[in-house]
Every structure is written in structure tokens, then in C-alpha cells.
Design a protein around this ligand. Structure first.
Ligand SMILES: [Zn+2]
Length: 194
């Protein structure tokens, strides 16, 4: 019977399947690595269509796109400009945490996690947990949204293989999987350069 570290990603299988194949494995690996540490995460957002991105972009903004309520803003990307629309980004939520042999969930009465854990700026215990989720994401080569200037986006992970969103819009796509360092090629029968 496989442990939760191998099965946790299956809760998000439908969302993961919408991602570009290049990042699906990294996403599953990311979820499994978190579960190995007793942090159970789920994918809340994967590929989006433009209509949905427009709905998200409208939050906290007026019809002209001007910010009217900063606390309601969830994205700085207008429709057509989100990495989610190209299938190269996913967002996570912390689904549960194991401690002392018991799993505590977000919805559980005895939750260990404060309500601010998922969005936008985690605090307290939530921050410590998110730091570990970010570290595991970076370990599989994903870029964390927590580093975004202006709107730190802790649940967000993306892979662009050195491209920009404007490149994606121009039809270019990542060709290397997450974690690819680029640079010199090396013969396949030799170890990669250290
Ligand atoms: Zn996102």
C-alpha cells in the first residue's frame, strides 16, 4: 500500500492533466516531496482560459482595469498575460499537515494552520510551512511566486525555461523541463558538470 507521499498528487490529477506535459512530472514530484515531510498540498489552479483570467483580473479593479480595492486584487496579469493560460503554472493550497501521527486539515476544527495560510501573505506557522513548500518546489526546478516583486504570490509556481510571457504570446514555448540549467551540453555517457 503506497503511502500518502506517493498518492497525494492523485487528488489533483484532473488539474495536473491540464498543465503542459513538460511540467506535469515536476508538479507531481513537488506534491510528493511535500507529503514526505508531512505537508499535504493540492493544486487549486492549473491551466486557465482567458475568460476565467479576465474574471480574476477584474477582482479589486474597475472596468478600465484601475485598482479600486488593493485587498481584493489576486493577479497582476490581464487576460492573455498569465502563465496559467499557457499551462506552465500551478497554484497550491495546503490541504493538511501531519504532526505527532495525526493529520490536521485546513477545514478541521483543530487545525494547526491559521486562516491566512493560503493567500496572499502567510504569517506565523503558515509562513514556516509555505517556506518549506517553496523550497520543495524550487528543488524540482519550479520558480516560486513568493519572489515576485510587488505581489508576493506564495501558492504560485511556474516554469518558463528562460522565456518571458511576451515570448509565450509570440508562440515560443519552453523546450527543457524544469530544473534545466541550460549552458553547455555534455555527453550523455558522462556525469553532468558539477
Ligand atoms: Zn498562480
Amino acid at each position: 500500500m503506497p503511502g500518502p507521499e506517493f498518492t497525494q498528487w492523485q487528488k489533483s490529477a484532473g488539474k495536473i492533466a491540464t498543465l503542459d506535459p513538460l511540467i506535469q512530472l515536476a508538479c507531481k514530484d513537488h506534491i510528493a516531496r511535500c507529503a514526505l515531510e508531512g505537508i499535504y498540498v493540492m493544486v487549486t489552479e492549473a491551466r486557465r482560459d482567458s475568460a476565467y483570467q479576465a474574471t480574476l483580473y477584474a477582482k479589486g479593479r474597475d472596468a478600465a482595469g484601475k485598482v479600486v480595492d488593493r485587498s481584493k486584487v489576486v493577479t497582476n496579469a490581464p487576460p492573455g498575460w498569465s502563465v496559467h493560460e499557457f499551462g506552465f503554472a500551478y497554484d497550491l493550497a495546503i490541504d493538511g499537515v501531519s504532526e505527532e501521527g495525526k493529520v490536521y486539515g485546513l477545514s478541521a476544527q483543530d487545525s494547526l494552520i491559521d486562516a491566512k495560510v493560503t493567500w496572499p501573505n502567510p504569517t506565523g506557522k503558515g509562513l514556516a510551512l509555505w517556506r518549506r513548500v517553496v523550497a520543495r518546489g524550487e528543488a524540482v526546478g519550479m520558480q516560486s511566486g513568493s519572489t515576485f516583486p510587488g505581489l508576493a504570490d506564495w501558492p504560485h509556481f511556474q516554469w518558463l525555461d528562460g522565456l518571458k510571457v511576451s515570448d509565450l504570446r509570440a508562440g515560443k514555448r519552453p523546450v527543457n523541463p524544469p530544473g534545466w540549467g541550460g549552458g553547455e551540453e555534455f555527453p550523455l555517457d558522462k556525469d553532468p558538470p558539477k
